[in-house]
Design a protein around this ligand. Structure first.
Ligand code: 8YV
Length: 323
């Protein structure tokens, strides 16, 4: 049987690359750099499946380019705001993602950011590494307590729920949640969360605000100047969702004038380019999109893509079909 032709846009952990070549005729991106728009166009023209990541903007310009050979975009990642779903649908291209397998690690990283921002861990580390630490003193780098505080979660899908469990059961936090659709009673009970009716109701009550909603046009600048003003002056904003959810210029303003206490960010608008003004904010913890970056999770994401592809090419509906 002829193996379907597959383009993988970035290098994957070795074990999953090996699993892919068993069933597919695979082209890897040997240099492991983000593909250009023209290279992505070539990929959808020449391969039966393209396996993109967050670094590939698959928009109408890439897809509306003659008749694509590609029948499935099997995304490596849960978020897919880098793919123009309407355009994919108009070409009859299926799109899948990799939910579930990265929820725990992304939640762990969310707690990492909360703790780092509140306890000023980056500032402290910079001081030690720069040789600037003059020694222990009672008033040195005082941060904010995390235990027993109030966490406000915006977007209560799988990752948001894992964050709530850790915060409530591990750190004794009160957890308020806002979600577009109603949340089942058993989910609230399991996670120790209390629903609120609106984002504006959540913001003034929270000591930490953590974003777990999808990116894309619908949530662009959901956290803007007005909403940052609704946050407590002592509160922290945590973003492991997508950069576009936050108006970064408004955030820089809030951090600079200390209308909020700090931020912990794993995702950025136009990453890997980061606003220089944001890089200058001492009270922001900045990580390079590490949410799912553990060997276990990155392998599990790969196996999930392999399964979606096998289902698709063997005529079964893939488990993680999003379009
Ligand atoms: C991925 C993520 O590393 O899954 C997501 O949506 O943001 C990260 O966990 C990245 O998107 C891979 O494409």
């Amino acid at each position: 049987m002829i193996k379907p032709k597959v383009v993988v846009t970035r290098r994957w952990p070795e074990a999953v690359e090996a699993a892919l070549v068993e069933d597919f005729d695979v082209t890897f991106n040997q240099q492991d750099r983000a593909l250009t728009s023209d290279e992505l166009k070539d990929a959808v023209r020449s391969a039966d499946a393209v396996l993109p990541t967050v670094t590939d903007r698959i928009d109408a310009r890439v897809l509306d380019n003659g008749k694509p050979r590609t029948r499935i975009l099997a995304n490596y990642g849960v978020g897919y705001s880098h793919i123009d779903i309407d355009s994919a649908k108009s070409h009859g291209i299926a799109v899948t993602n990799t939910p579930d397998v990265l929820s725990e690690c992304t939640a762990d990283l969310t707690l990492t950011l909360m703790l780092m921002a509140a306890r000023r861990a980056s500032e402290g580390e910079r001081e030690v590494r720069n040789g600037d630490w003059s020694g222990w003193r009672p008033t040195h780098l005082l941060g904010s307590k995390v235990s027993n505080k109030t966490l406000g979660i915006i977007g209560f899908g799988r990752i948001g729920q894992e964050v709530a469990k850790r915060a409530h059961h591990g750190f004794g936090m009160r957890v308020l949640v806002y979600n577009r659709s109603p949340i089942a009673a058993d989910v609230l009970a399991r996670t120790g969360a209390e629903p609120v009716a609106s984002i504006d109701e959540l913001l003034p009550q929270a000591d930490f605000v953590s974003l777990h909603c999808p990116g894309g046009a619908a949530n662009k600048h959901l956290i803007n100047c007005r909403r940052l003003d609704l946050m407590k002056q002592s509160a922290f904003l945590i973003n492991t969702a997508r950069g576009e959810v936050v108006d970064e210029r408004a955030l820089v303003h809030a951090l600079t004038f200390e209308t909020i206490a700090g931020a912990g960010l794993d995702v950025f608008n136009g990453e890997p380019d980061i606003l220089p003004e944001l890089r200058g904010c001492e009270n922001a913890v900045l990580l390079p999109h590490l949410g799912s970056a553990t060997r276990e999770t990155r392998e599990a994401m790969g196996y999930r893509v392999v399964q979606n592809l096998k289902d698709f090419f063997e005529g079964r509906p893939p488990r993680d079909l999003v379009a």
